[in-house]
Design a protein around this ligand. Structure first.
Ligand SMILES: [Zn+2]
Ligand SMILES: [Zn+2]
Length: 243
């Protein structure tokens, strides 16, 4: 694939005004347990806007279609009356072929510049040029406002016949990981009826749902279209302050 020119895609302007610097981290929502910011993300009660910082490594810039899809998806499920802003920024290569969770955390702490503040919740998405040290994982969310997509793995998983186009796969991964930040399934947003896949952690038991566990793995199949939340996942989001 060809490396795209440096892209600074911005939905809305004025990124800096509502985001905080590192000094505010301890008092904010960031770097907390996964799912603990679900209500803050879904509702407008604590934060009226959302700032998303996407830091990508060389060769793995997200397509503008994936960014637009993510913004539309978030506007469908969360209340942010003052807006959802997405910035995309190139960062240096990891210099590795495989990354561990502690590598990812270290990189995030080096490159993340947007943190939750008085009016805006902030989410950081890292798109890495390496595989995860857990086989076949395409993406992971590991803290309340932190996501990593393994770009190299995802691109490799979208080249074959019958596999999703890479832009659709990146969209799917971003939306699935946001589902985790929104507290699905039963990790931050309590289940309204039982639908957690007991064998596979905070995932939905409906194979056609966006929150089914195989969505973020390469091992067990790809989808013909970008999956959406099923009714059980939707009602959990609504019950925790979402749309
Ligand atoms: Zn997942
Ligand atoms: Zn579901």
């Amino acid at each position: 694939m060809s490396q795209k020119p440096v892209l600074y895609f911005l939905i809305c302007v004025s990124l800096a005004f509502s985001s905080c610097q590192k000094e505010d981290i301890l008092a904010s929502e960031d770097y907390k347990t996964l799912g603990s910011s679900a209500h803050s993300l879904l509702s407008a009660s604590a934060y009226s806007s959302l700032d998303i910082q996407i830091s990508y490594m060389p060769g793995y810039a997200p397509d503008s279609g994936s960014i637009r899809n993510l913004a539309a998806f978030l506007n469908t499920y969360i209340y942010k009356p003052s807006g959802i802003r997405i910035s995309v920024k190139p960062i240096s290569s990891s210099g590795k072929t495989v990354l561990t969770l502690s590598d990812i955390v270290k990189i995030e702490k080096q490159v993340r510049s947007m943190f939750s503040g008085s009016a805006a919740l902030a989410v950081h998405i890292l798109i890495a040029d390496a595989d995860y040290n857990v086989a076949d994982v395409l993406a992971t969310s590991y803290w309340s406002t932190s996501v990593c997509v393994f770009g190299k793995t995802a691109f490799a998983a979208s080249r074959g016949a019958g596999q999703m186009a890479v832009d659709d796969l990146i969209t799917t991964l971003l939306e699935h990981e946001f589902g985790h930040l929104m507290g699905l399934v039963n990790q931050g947003s309590p289940m309204q009826v039982n639908h957690r896949d007991l064998a596979n952690g905070a995932h939905c038991d409906n194979k056609t749902c966006l929150m089914y566990n195989t969505i973020e793995n390469t091992g067990t199949g790809m989808y013909a279209v970008i999956p959406t939340f099923d009714d059980n996942c939707k009602s959990d989001l609504k019950a925790n302050g979402g749309k």
